[in-house]
Design a protein around this ligand. Structure first.
Ligand SMILES: [Zn+2]
Length: 106
């Protein structure tokens, strides 16, 4: 946290303040979507996630599609990785759990 950046890097972007509840980005996940990400982080299939969250598989697919669009992630794996970097999913507990943060910073 707070580390100075060495030189310019156009390919790397840091999330500066993960403790902030909102980065005031225009894009945010919903609480329900983040519940889905926490299950995705376990490697669950859509059917498993649907059962765990008492949703239909179709609804889970829609949540994931919306999150891929919002985040710009190319796959569900990238979506999970970004969510951890962005502080949306806790990186210090297992099984993965939401932090309460919903911001999509870039
Ligand atoms: Zn925000």
């Amino acid at each position: 946290m707070g580390a100075a950046q060495d030189g310019e890097s156009s390919s790397q972007v840091s999330v500066t303040d993960l403790s902030a509840p909102c980065c005031c980005s225009s894009r945010h996940f919903t609480v329900r979507e983040v519940d889905v990400i926490a299950k995705l982080a376990l490697g669950h299939t859509n059917a498993n996630i649907a059962a765990a969250l008492n949703l239909s598989s179709t609804t889970v697919s829609h949540h994931i599609e919306r999150m891929l669009t919002k985040s710009g992630a190319a796959s569900r794996t990238e979506l999970v990785a970004r969510s951890i970097v962005w502080g949306i999913v806790r990186k210090d507990v297992w099984p993965p759990a939401p932090t309460g943060r919903l911001c999509v910073p870039w």
